[in-house]
Design a protein around this ligand. Sequence first.
Ligand SMILES: *Cc1c(COP(=O)(O)O)cnc(C)c1O
Length: 369
Amino acid sequence: MVDVRSQYLKIKDEVDSGIQEVIESCAFINGPKVKEFQKSLEDYLNVKHVIPVANGTDALQIALMTLGLKPGDEVIVPAFTYVATAEVIALLQLIPVMVDVDPNTFNLTGDIVEQAITEKTKAIVPVHLYGQCADMENILKVSKKYNIPVIEDNAQSIGATYTFSDGKQIKSGAIGDIGCTSFYPSKNLGAYGDGGAMYCNNDELAQQIRMIANHGQKKRYYHELVGCNSRLDSIQAAILIIKLKHLDTYNNARGLVASAYDSAFAEIEALQIPERFESSSHVFHQYTLRVKNGKRDELKEHLNSLGVPSMIYYPVPLYKQNAFNNYNDASFSLTVTELLSNEVISLPIHSEMKDEHLNYIISAVQKFF
Ligand SMILES: *Cc1c(COP(=O)(O)O)cnc(C)c1O
């Protein structure tokens, strides 16, 4: 699905010496590389504060902790997402209120969010799934109207740009109150291990985030609240400094693969190519088709038999997962989420795709239809 190795070989010398530098300096924890990466990511995103953390799941958890939510508070989350988004809500004894998504963008809309608001709603967590922002302008309107903060799950969309109707442009993740991202190796900005970051424009929130991620302390050994230990390590930071410089190039290369897939599949009636949401650019963390003739699983098997990898993100709606069956009746069902879990299939996409591979994948799909 990805080609992390070819990407590494192109920047090998720089990466190897960055890693070596950290080892020589022995500044493994919170070293200068972490600060440097923090600064470059703040510049890239045009955001006031970046707080590096250990992974994307921690980022989401710390964001919820920062808002000071109480057990029983409701958090609105799409049912069609990776488990991490809802898991941290449940872990903190908050109630994940799982809502449906738009069938074409796979993301939340302002209307969907507004319909789920109750007196207990204390946070909204839009996920920018597959590389494209959710309907942030309308979600922010709902957020303002009911005074409920927005935490963006930006794990799949780093580098995407959102354009508001007045022309203002903001990077994905820097739009709501707190943005969360992951540097898991296969993400668009991937480390060589785990990593994550949070971002926000509010000084007080940033200070609170830093404190929670650091055992609830501002001053060493004086703990103001129960926090956790979540840090990006210096070696990963050294790698990310280098890779961040190439992020736009990587994302553009993904875009070219997506365009080639689009033109090859647009005429196949049983396939729906990914819709571009007019307000957001798309960084194609995944290239995800909808197979509308009921043969998604057969297509997957066919591709597999030809040596073409494909993935189903995600095969089971969150409310059908055993881990979450406390929150809804067994009969609970969301139409679009159900439909998508039966129809979606993601094809290989990454920055190092060779024409030969691209053409092979395309003809493998075409053969099936
Ligand atoms: C990858 C991912 C996460 C979690 O990130 P980790 O770094 O693996 O903890 C959260 N949400 C979404 C949508 C993701 O794709």
